[in-house]
Design a protein around this ligand. Sequence first.
Ligand SMILES: [Zn+2]
Ligand SMILES: [Zn+2]
Ligand SMILES: [Zn+2]
Length: 270
Amino acid sequence: MKLHFLGTAAAEGWPGLFCRCEFCQEAKRLGGKNIRTRSSVLIDETIKVDFPPDTYYHMLRDQIDMAAVEHLLITHTHTDHLFAADLEKRMPVCAKGVEHPLHIYGHDLALHHCARELDLKSKLYELHLVQPFRTLQLDDRTQVTPLLADHDRKQTCLLYFIERNGKALLYGNDSGWFPDETWAWLEGKSFDAAILDCTKGPLPGRRNHMNIEAILEMNELFRQKQMLRDGGRLIATHFSHNCGLLHEDLEKEFSPHGVLVAYDGMVHHV
Ligand SMILES: [Zn+2]
Ligand SMILES: [Zn+2]
Ligand SMILES: [Zn+2]
């Protein structure tokens, strides 16, 4: 599996759209890996997790063929994860040479947002309502199981366990420390990579979003339970300017523990 990190920031981006804080100023000054756009990951060019408002910029920056994406997994409807209006740009008036459907997977509210923006009579979109812990087959070599996150009590927020060609990825973003049902489902499972949100950085708290301490504890737990396969890595992403740690600072925190710090454009093969 090729994991291509298109964006690695929390909702406001880093630098934040309107922010004048010292960390956003510093990110602007330093550039490079300190410039973070809203979070999404592209898997093997054809499977994408989330559709943030920076998708157009991701396409430009990394020369992505967005029409090659066949399956779009939506975690939840916060605007940094789903900007449904741009999905309509897949229609013939805006996109030539695109005839195959885009399969969009999500819980009720995510599909409702998509249905509001899209012409569902068109064969270019197929919406799939998913349920936590119910495995679905994307194609003959890929299966996906939605798991429950602890993120926003007003909607069902999902994590995705993605198995493809014998490899497995746990996509845990946005999430706090996993709910008991998710831990129960993961018992006995193993994976080659886990992508987790580290929105809070060194700040306290592990509800709704993770922090450094929670990431390191989960890393330890994954290894103790032999969930991370040989060579498997935990990858932290979805960083907020409020955490105040620039890319190099985050690497200093995580490198001694073997945790990777994602940055925009990073490619990781498992
Ligand atoms: Zn988010
Ligand atoms: Zn800021
Ligand atoms: Zn969110």
